[in-house]
Design a protein around this ligand. Structure first.
Ligand SMILES: *Cc1c(COP(=O)(O)O)cnc(C)c1O
Length: 231
């Protein structure tokens, strides 16, 4: 099995090539290493190899890891569904909550952030393929959702995030990524005050190069860095 360092080098090279192919600079793409189910020692190995942002999908798991590793080496993003009763912990743990998928969650985040004297950075998650199994705002409710989010002073909305259906081939994801890019540009054009929409989080191990070609500014890569997760 290749080491995390070798995997990371390969992923970074692929990011660079995808960026260059599409006339972008590799530095425009933030790599979030998704470390769910990866033990602390391997995450540590990843940090030593140069990982600076880790992504987790469960608050409790992230809490244990962050307690073990500290905030010094890396920053942490939440990329999974957040239950309302875990909001307080999430605000304390994460530098970016990528998975704000409903208004009630946004309101609770706002309330808790203001109580903590903070402003929390978030992305609005979009259910881009209207999948019954996934949460997120529907594209046609995004405008009113963003108008509501913009009024919440405890939040700072930085952009959009999506998890399209699992692709058979990387190219299968391209239409969804195109939709997301268009949606972000459309949302910027609404000029909603106090929103700062520059992030587009899309692309995982199977399709991050296509995502970059279509404008991703954040890719979330797990398996290609840490190897397969236990089933
Ligand atoms: C697990 C996960 C990833 C990473 O998936 P890989 O296929 O291992 O790269 C990215 N985003 C989210 C939201 C995830 O849950």
């Amino acid at each position: 099995m290749a080491s995390i360092k070798e995997n990371l080098e390969r992923v970074r090279e692929r990011i660079s090539r995808a960026a260059e192919r599409s006339g972008r600079r590799p530095e425009e793409v933030l790599l979030v290493a998704v470390s769910k189910m990866v033990p602390v020692e391997r995450i540590q190995e990843g940090i030593a190899a140069g990982l600076s942002i880790l992504g987790e999908n469960r608050v409790q798991e992230a809490k244990e890891k962050i307690q073990a590793l500290g905030h010094a080496g890396a920053s942490w993003h939440l990329v999974g569904h957040l239950q309302t009763n875990k909001v307080k912990d999430a605000i304390a743990l994460f530098d970016l909550i990528q998975s704000v998928d409903r208004l009630s969650l946004a309101e609770e985040l706002d309330r808790r952030a203001r109580a903590a004297g903070k402003r929390v950075d978030v992305l609005a998650q979009i259910n881009v393929a209207a999948e019954a199994t996934k949460t997120g705002f529907a594209p046609d409710e995004l405008r009113s959702a963003l108008e509501t989010l913009a009024r919440l002073e405890g939040l700072r909305v930085r952009g959009l995030m999506a998890i399209p259906p699992e692709p058979q081939e990387p190219e299968d994801s391209r239409p969804y990524f195109k939709t997301m890019r268009t949606l972000l540009e459309t949302a910027r054009g609404w000029w909603i005050p106090s929103l700062d929409l520059d992030a587009l989080s899309m692309g995982m191990s199977a399709d991050f190069e296509i995502a970059i070609e279509e404008g991703a500014t954040i890719v979330r890569v797990g398996t290609a860095i840490f190897g397969p997760r236990p089933a």
